[in-house]
Design a protein around this ligand. Structure first.
Ligand SMILES: Nc1ncnc2c1ncn2[C@@H]1O[C@H](COP(=O)(O)OP(=O)(O)OP(=O)(O)O)[C@@H](O)[C@H]1O
Ligand SMILES: [Mg+2]
Length: 462
């Protein structure tokens, strides 16, 4: 029947892994059913969505047996939204799918405008995709998926990079479009989805279905490991041994004074300027965690990037001017994790990745100990790009921080983590601070403890 999804005896072993990620999985989703798929980081959630989308054994290499069938048109929102951007302007980006499906132009542009509006991107069709924040990219990707009017909607952590209020409008967009549509949504922070789904499937480590039933039976059942249950207090951050986090170089104070940042995009058809930051005055100080919070697109990442010397201010000043340091000196001083960290892996194994910066700046690191703390020990020999979304983010943190920089700048460090891996990430942040590092981060994670909080809105501190 239209909208039905059937996985039968599905076994999947990616190349380079001894154990299968999915072993004999059976799962049927009825037409119109809304399923929440949950489980710890690395359990196999994204792999299941890839299986339904037919990517296993084709775009992703490995051994596949069993069957995966879908009746009807399928839309998949990938875990990493930046992977989905195809065009220079947001209108064209959303139009890409409908154009490929050879829809009439009127129909295409009606859908484009409706879907951009539904996800709350109100800049207009001609806005540059390169000028979008991480959360806006996530919403753009969703608009592109919705524009195809799929019968089966697969969403991999669609609100992971959004603040609570933007997330709720995105949920609205997903749910209001059509209520007879089949939907499978993966998310770590599950509470806001529970009122909107019919069924919760809990996956355990190794891709095993631990429980499968109604929301009521899920809530009444035993608490599964590695799942953020509603009302669950944040776990205690892990106490990371000081030797692993104590800055190896001086932890400096970094101050921005009345800084503005303009993003200038030049193309054949002209130049577009957008103001990303206005009048930012803020300091990052040793021994404190300074957080930039605020809605999607408020300028949090830009604030962090300008303080860290990655962006040149259009006005105002930043001191010290980290931007002027040579790259090796900067790497020794600053540990930086961007919002899409998975774009920056440099080596071919997880172990080599963690030791990479340390080797460059001539510093000793206990890479296996760092990996163990981040729950990545068993992946030492794996390729960084083969890790799950949450694993990749933890690897990026491990790789940026293992050499014990004095200044630690983290863009959304806890995205995509289950309670256990969250405690490791939050622990590393807190322990670095306690050991005297200057910590700056951008986040919408209300559970992450901040010493100083700058709430931002529209490119300025609110
Ligand atoms: N192409 C691949 N090659 C090798 N291993 C892979 C590949 N894709 C995924 N894996 C491994 O399979 C396991 C499941 O990955 P998957 O991405 O499905 O996890 P997930 O549940 O979505 O996790 P997260 O919550 O962190 O996104 C992980 O341990 C991951 O390292
Ligand atoms: Mg995933």
């Amino acid at each position: 029947m239209l909208g039905e999804v059937r996985l039968r005896d599905l076994t999947w072993r990616p190349i380079g892994r001894r154990a299968p990620v999915l072993a004999g999985l059976d799962l049927t989703v009825a037409p119109g059913e809304r399923v929440l798929l949950v489980g710890p980081s690395g359990a196999g959630k994204s792999t299941i969505l890839h299986a339904v989308a037919g990517a296993l054994g084709t775009t992703i290499a490995g051994d596949l047996s069993g069957t995966a069938e879908v009746d009807g048109r399928l839309g998949l929102l990938l875990q990493n939204p930046a992977d989905a951007v195809v065009a220079e302007r947001i209108g064209r980006d959303v139009a890409f799918g409908p154009e490929n499906a050879a829809m009439p132009p009127d129909e295409i542009w009606t859908r484009v405008d409706a879907c951009l509006e539904a996800v709350g991107l109100t800049y207009g069709r001609d806005h540059f995709t390169a000028a979008l924040s991480g959360g806006e990219q996530q919403r753009l990707a969703l608009a592109g998926v919705l524009a195809m009017h799929p019968d089966v909607l697969l969403l991999d952590e669609p609100t992971s990079m959004l603040d609570a209020s933007t997330a709720s409008s995105v949920r609205e967009a997903v749910l209001s479009a059509r209520d007879d549509r089949t939907m499978v949504v993966v998310e770590h922070r599950i509470e806001p989805w529970l009122p909107h789904v019919d069924r919760v499937v809990v996956l355990g480590p190794g891709g095993v279905v631990v429980s499968d039933g109604t929301v009521g039976s899920f809530l009444a059942g035993p608490r599964p490991a590695g799942v953020w249950m509603p009302d669950m207090p944040a776990p205690l951050p892990v106490d990371v041994p000081t030797d692993l986090v104590r800055p190896a170089v001086e932890a400096l104070t970094v101050t921005a004074t009345d800084v503005s940042v303009e993003l200038v995009m030049r193309t054949l058809r002209g130049t577009q300027r957008s103001r990303a930051l206005t009048g930012l005055t803020a300091s990052l100080v040793p021994g404190a965690t300074t957080g930039f919070t605020g809605p999607s697109g408020a300028g949090k990442s830009t604030a962090l990037a300008v303080l860290g010397g990655l962006l040149k201010p259009a006005g105002g000043s930043v001191s010290p001017e980290l931007r002027r340091r040579r790259s090796a000196a900067l790497a020794s001083l600053v540990g930086w994790v961007p919002q899409n960290p998975e774009h920056g892996f440099l080596t071919s194994t997880v172990l080599a990745e963690v030791g990479h910066t340390a080797r460059r700046v001539g510093r000793e690191v206990d890479a296996p100990a760092v990996l163990d703390l981040f729950g990545l020990g068993r992946f030492a020999a794996s390729n960084p790009y083969r890790l799950s979304g949450g694993e990749q983010r933890r690897l990026a943190l491990a790789a940026a921080l293992a050499h014990r920089p004095g200044i630690v700048l983290l863009d959304e460090p806890t995205v995509g983590q289950d309670p256990g891996t969250w405690a490791a990430v939050a622990g590393w942040v807190g322990s670095s601070r306690d050991a005297g590092a200057t910590v700056g981060l951008s986040t919408h994670d209300a559970d992450l403890a901040l010493d100083i909080e700058h709430r931002m809105r529209e490119g300025a501190i609110a």
